[in-house]
Design a protein around this ligand. Structure first.
Ligand code: FES
Length: 113
């Protein structure tokens, strides 16, 4: 078996697609986000892209969906960004911050402060 190609990334975004988050629009958000990440060449498999975006099962904050988690490596270690009530503009803001290695947005962030 040949070795699979590895795509280096700057961060991993996971959007919950379990029942409660879907009832709050996470399924439509997933479709819109996938399309936009591809169109803006932010997805890791597009030239210049560095975002690994996947869906996930329940992230354990069902009453606050849609919930999205973001992990990335920083010089200080792994940084986590956990977001509740995620909208399309907020998800894109997080993705662009990861791509540009900027600070993660603080709005709707669980573990801020
Ligand atoms: S259903 Fe999305 S966090 Fe539990």
């Amino acid at each position: 078996m040949s070795k699979p190609r590895f795509f280096p990334t700057r961060g991993h975004l996971m959007l919950c697609q379990n029942t409660s988050c879907k009832q709050r629009g996470a399924d439509l958000l997933h479709l819109a986000l996938t399309r936009a990440l591809e169109q803006e060449h932010l997805m890791y498999y597009k030239s210049g892209g560095s975002i690994r975006y996947t869906t996930s099962g329940c992230l354990g904050a069902c009453s606050y969906g849609p919930v999205m988690a973001c992990y990335r490596q920083t010089p200080q270690g792994i940084e986590e960004g956990w977001y509740f009530g995620v909208t399309f503009p907020l998800a894109m803001k997080v993705a662009r911050a990861v791509q540009q290695e900027d600070e993660l947005p603080v709005e709707h962030r669980f573990n801020q402060g």
